[in-house]
Design a protein. Structure first.
Length: 192
């Protein structure tokens, strides 16, 4: 697989599930404000099929500022953040239940692992426990969970979903985007 050079924008990335049918395509672009990622994913989770379109926007420090998801059945979620863990809905109403969640984690995509990997700035051997706004698919009902990221090597991370006792070693490319997520997602090269 050809690996893009760091900062080679826009980035087009695809993953397929390690088991079962599905596909995701993500376009990551650099903007004046920071970064914008748009994804389309189809697959199944927990025996339920889904079709999902999503968008995440960040500032230059990879602090999430906006999040939007929509299932093909019409369910949608639109949230915004100040990047410091304070969230509000599309009408500007504060969501204090999500306070302290610095990152979204969309269950259908390994892309959202890039956000803490880029923002935390950990050195090899360092670890960080974080509160995350987890968005399960297909329900899209947000919940607060705890995760831990440990940098094992320059391009290898241990991800731990503390809320469910899950862990995986993630290999990333030069931009911190997951190459393979063992037993979950496999990166494939977009055809050009």
């Amino acid at each position: 697989m050809r690996e893009s050079k760091a900062g080679d924008w826009p980035r087009h990335v695809r993953w397929r599930p390690a088991k079962g049918a599905g596909l995701e395509h993500v376009t990551l672009s650099e903007t004046q404000q920071g970064y914008s990622a748009h994804g389309v994913a189809v697959g199944a989770r927990g025996g339920a099929p889904y079709g999902l379109t999503w968008r995440v926007k960040t500032d230059r420090g990879w602090n999430t500022t906006a999040l939007w998801l929509m299932n093909t059945d019409g369910e949608s979620v639109a949230l915004a953040s100040d990047g410091a863990g304070n969230w509000h809905d599309a009408d500007g109403e504060p969501l204090p239940a999500f306070a302290g969640c610095l990152f979204p984690d969309i269950a259908a995509t390994p892309f959202t692992n890039t956000l803490p990997i880029r923002r935390l700035g950990l050195d090899v051997g360092e670890s960080a426990r974080i509160r995350v706004l987890y968005l399960p698919v297909p329900s899209l009902v947000p919940e607060v969970v705890e995760q831990r990221y440990t940098r094992l090597a320059p391009r290898r991370w241990l991800y731990e979903g503390l809320f469910r006792g899950f862990q995986a070693e993630l290999e990333v490319d030069a931009d911190g985007i997951v190459l393979d997520y063992p037993e979950t997602f496999l990166r494939i090269e977009p055809e050009v």
